[in-house]
Design a protein around this ligand. Structure first.
Ligand code: PBG
Length: 295
């Protein structure tokens, strides 16, 4: 995962993610080249949008000249072999800080009205050059809706990595710091899943498979290895694990205090994802882990 900001030669550290930065597009391109040379063949881009572009209808989400589309084009131009995953969700663009549209009267998330915007966002990203779209919004029915919209525009080869089992988790705090994307009101419990519920992951996975998802993802990662394992046992699609920002921050904080051996714990965590059955790991440790493995 990589964070993008406006400007030139920007490398803005994220306090709650030691060692991790938000890059302007020029530096993002340099980083992508380096990552590719280290053997990392895929990146997921997350834009930090200026507040002035955040609106209740999140229309910046499908602006072909917006930060996200420009970043995708730049990385694709510079490193064409790099697989790029675009994020699908409204929170970086929404003045409400929610992944879906919010009913101004009731505060309810408007599932079906949101699908329309997610589909536009997916097509916008596909036109900019993504190989994969990753719906992280958790609206119901979005995989089928996005698949149909992509196919209609001729993007039959654009893959969907569905955030299949994404829990309403406390582990996303540092990510929300990075994008300044925390909900203004309420929480995400009406669309993200209950951490106490394991069965729902199986129902969500069956729906995503039927709707045309190419990869099923579990998020967060480490406290949810049982979910990764259950999906791997029950479905033949590749399973991805998202080793999220809060998990990364905990390793960094403990290591900075000298309480754990950083590299040992990092590699153990990554290996345990594989043991549980993850075919793909999204992790903020990717670069340092690749360097370690290359040595
Ligand atoms: C939101 C989104 C989140 C993350 C990825 N996409 C946060 C949230 O749901 O509030 C979190 C990733 C991380 O913590 O590393 N669409």
């Amino acid at each position: 995962p990589l964070f993008v900001v406006e400007g030139k030669n920007q490398n803005l550290p994220i306090k709650s993610m030691p060692g991790y930065s938000r890059f302007s597009i020029d530096n993002l391109v340099t980083e992508a080249k380096e990552l590719y040379s280290l053997g990392i063949k895929s990146v997921a881009l997350f834009p930090a949008i200026n507040d002035s572009f955040k609106t209740p209808d999140a229309r910046e989400a499908y602006n072909p000249e917006g930060l996200n589309a420009r970043a995708i084009r730049a990385v694709k131009d510079a490193v064409p072999e790099m697989m790029i995953m675009g994020d699908i969700a409204l929170d970086p663009y929404s003045s409400d800080g929610h992944d879906g549209l919010v009913d101004p009267k009731t505060g309810e998330i408007l599932n079906d009205a949101t699908l329309e915007i997610l589909a536009k966002q997916a097509v916008c990203e596909a036109r900019a050059g993504v190989d994969i779209v990753g719906p992280s919004d958790m609206m119901d029915g979005r995989v089928a809706y996005i698949r149909a919209a992509l196919d209609q525009e001729g993007f039959h080869n654009t893959m969907i990595m569905s955030y299949t089992a994404k829990y309403a988790s406390g582990y996303y705090g540092p990510f929300r710091d990075a994008l300044d994307s925390a909900p203004k009101k309420g929480d995400k419990k009406t669309y993200q899943m209950d951490p106490a519920n394991g069965e729902e992951a199986l129902r969500e996975a069956a729906l995503d498979e039927a709707e045309g998802a190419d990869i099923l993802m579990v998020k967060p990662g480490l406290p949810y290895l049982d979910i990764i394992y259950r999906l791997k046992q029950n479905f033949s699609l590749p399973i991805a694990a998202y080793n999220v920002s809060g998990e990364y921050a905990m390793v960094k904080a403990a290591a900075q205090n000298g309480w754990i051996d950083h590299d040992k714990v990092m590699m153990e965590n990554l290996m345990c994802f594989r043991r549980a059955g993850a075919d793909v790991i999204l992790t903020y440790h990717a670069k340092e882990a690749a360097k370690l493995l290359n040595n």
